[in-house]
Design a protein around this ligand. Structure first.
Ligand code: 6PG
Length: 470
């Protein structure tokens, strides 16, 4: 019986496309899905390829070379556990399961430990790039046992996106680091998307632009230093016509954003690690605010607001590009700072230079800007924060005045620009030598005897504050 190099469980859009990508690169691959419809689609689209679909999990397992390499592309959560429960008893020692969905990193830690007891290698691998990426070259973030990774390295490198010949995949680190890094990738994705949405709002309601002008601005920015996948997608959105009405599709979509949770997880972890990522947090909260449509309609009527459109929109458009550039740098800076902290706390041994490198292509947050970020970490691999890099400092210094101007205009006009505003206040906090946090300490000590540290002596102190009588 013919043996196959790699197997895929879950033949939905992502699984099927990744399998076709592997087959394109000359690998003999096989797939399994409970749903016969998925097997039928695979058979149709894979006619020309060296691949086979199985309706029986046992036959699928038996078709694979040893040690087996099995990729799971099933919805994150309980389904991953049930697939593992069915699969692991029929595997052999040394086989490898690679969970490529957006699983929570704590689930990956738990699953890896449980499977280790059965001498099975469990990898958590984030994949980014959507349907198109899976088919023609995604960015991949695998984490787990390093020795086991060598059995997958060649396949992953060949199917990944490439930038200047470098594959957009690398061994991320031990444990659940692969899924952790993918989660933070998504947090950055949320922040970038929110900034682009706010730029749309500023152009529409602060500058009086029509959709065509907004489309032109996004398309133009995508020709320059803001060139990125998300900018390109955004420009395309503003050119897409709804067949049903003949209107632009953007005007036919409800203003209530959904999410699957990876952004929220990033914010939750940042709180656990006491590591601020305010723009990502605001992006998560803004999606949540958008869901309160009924309340928003009520409050819009209670607090009517007039915006005054300035005349110098050409100058404002230039400033908005600069503000966006600053803010996009900050999205990466916050996400990478979180990775820097997580690497130390969870012993993930993350190489931020390599992470910036594999994000340059294939993934949703790929952008021209990542080249500078990659260079910053190449110069200083232990860099704590991107804002400490001289080249990045030059870029944010030159665009900061525009960020302030755009925010001022937006605030005066009552535009909800939570991501832009938090970008600026985060920066202003970080570049402030003396924050008013001494008052927080005094208040805590006043009402709760929580103690404080002094500027002129080491140790812990408590003051006998004057009592307050209510
Ligand atoms: C990717 C994307 C992908 C998915 C997001 C969407 O990197 O390819 O991030 O994983 O599109 O999870 O997330 P939300 O549904 O939460 O917006």
């Amino acid at each position: 019986m013919k043996k196959y190099t790699l197997g895929m469980i879950g033949l939905g859009t992502m699984g099927r496309n990744l399998l076709l990508n592997m087959a394109d690169h000359g690998y003999a691959v096989t797939g399994y899905d409970k749903d016969p419809k998925m097997l039928q689609i695979l058979e149709e689209v894979g006619k020309e390829h060296d691949l086979k679909g199985f309706a029986s999990l046992e036959d699928f397992v038996q078709s694979l070379e040893l040690p087996r390499r099995i990729v799971l592309l099933v919805p994150a959560g309980a389904i991953v556990d049930s697939v593992i429960a069915e699969l692991s008893p029929i595997l052999d020692k040394g086989d490898m399961i690679i969970d490529s969905g957006n699983s929570h990193y704590t689930d990956t830690t738990r699953r890896a430990l449980a499977l280790k007891d059965q001498d099975l290698h469990f990898f958590g691998m984030g994949i980014s790039g959507g349907e198109e990426g899976a088919r023609f070259g995604p960015s991949m973030m695998p984490g787990g046992d390093k020795k086991a990774y060598s059995a997958m390295k060649e396949v992953l490198e060949s199917i990944s996106a490439k930038v200047n010949g470098d594959p957009c995949v690398t061994y991320i680190g031990p444990g659940a680091s692969g899924h952790f890094v993918k989660m933070v990738h998504n947090g950055i994705e949320y922040a970038m998307m929110q900034l682009l949405a706010e730029a749309y709002d500023i152009m529409k309601n602060g500058m009086g632009y029509q959709n065509e002008q907004i489309q032109a601005a996004f398309a133009k920015w995508n020709q320059g230093r803001l060139k990125s996948f998300l900018m390109e997608v955004t420009a395309e959105v503003f050119a897409f016509v709804d067949e049903k009405t003949g209107n632009l599709m953007i005007d036919m979509i409800k203003d209530e954003a959904k999410s699957k949770g990876t952004g929220k997880w990033t914010s939750q972890v940042s709180m656990d690690l006491s590591l601020p990522i305010p723009t990502i947090n605001e992006a998560v909260s803004s999606r949540d605010v958008s869901k309160f449509k009924k309340l928003r309609v009520e409050l819009a009527a209670a607090f009517p607001h007039q915006t005054s459109i300035p005349e110098n929109t050409a100058e404002l458009e230039v400033q908005l590009e600069e503000a966006l550039y600053f803010a996009m740098i900050s999205c990466y800076a916050q996400g990478l700072h979180l990775l820097w902290q997580a690497s130390a706390t969870y012993e993930y041994e993350l190489n931020l230079q390599e992470i910036a490198q594999i994000w340059r292509g294939g993934c949703i947050i790929r952008a021209e800007l990542l080249e500078d970020i990659y260079q910053a970490y190449s110069k200083e691999p232990a860099l704590e924060h991107l804002f400490a890099d001289k080249n990045i400092q030059d870029k944010i210094k030159s665009t900061l005045p525009s960020l302030r101007k755009i925010i001022t205009l937006s605030i005066e006009n009552g535009l909800p620009i939570t991501a832009f505003a938090s970008t600026l206040t985060y920066f202003d906090s970080l570049r402030t030598e003396k924050l008013p946090s001494n008052l927080i300490q005094a208040q805590r000590d006043f009402f709760g005897a929580h103690t404080f540290e002094r500027t002129d002596a080491d140790g812990i102190f408590h003051a006998l504050w004057n009592p307050i009588t209510l």
